[in-house]
Design a protein around this ligand. Sequence first.
Ligand SMILES: [Zn+2]
Length: 252
Amino acid sequence: MIYLCGGLKKLNVKNTGIVYGFMDGSLDFNPGNLTARKELLNIIQSAGKTDYYSYEVEQSHGTRIAVLDEKFKEAAKYNRNVFDKNDADGVFTGESGIALCIRTADCAPVLFAVPNNSGGIIGAVHCGWKGAYGGIIKNAKNVLTDKFNADVRGVLIAIGPSICRKCYEVEEDFLNLFLAKDNLNRKFFEKTANKNKFFFDLKGFIKKELILNGFSDKNIYDLNICNFEDAGFFSYRRDRDLRRQVSYIALL
Ligand SMILES: [Zn+2]
């Protein structure tokens, strides 16, 4: 199993009490696989602390962000692997011991970290074209500023394995949807060899949204892995099945 932790150093969250990772296809987080969820907790807990929870949002390609407070563990009780059916595509918390998990297979997992003296704030967002287009990054920013009083310029961000701009072919209707919103979005599209088809730069668009919402370019770390090209990861466009890789972030 590959546990990609290069980002830890890059994001400089070492020794801050924040851990995160991007798992590859050897751990299948398809919604029914409880074994994989238990295995992830074992991996995280091997770092020392026990009694972790995993928490997942429903991921409906929407834009809502959930917030977990101190009541979470009381409500979860003995259920260590919580799957929240309240429609949301992202989650933030300042509580320790909860691994926020995002399942993907082409969409981008975007992790947020704000290390501070009192523990920190963490977030995990499922970001496909629909969520990004619909404003999920703006909603994430609003949660950070309104609920956690965070300075967005200091937020560390990691973008995990997701489909790259050379592999994401879309129809002209898709391009037009983005142009109708803003003509400047054209720069995220490139003509393919196929008639009326275009390549879409999802990660480029997400970065634009992040910067537009006040996050700092220098704090955005792109893992630069294309899950479509790399057979070690799942890809819905390539495999057309329910297998999903997981990305997580937790406060120790
Ligand atoms: Zn690619």
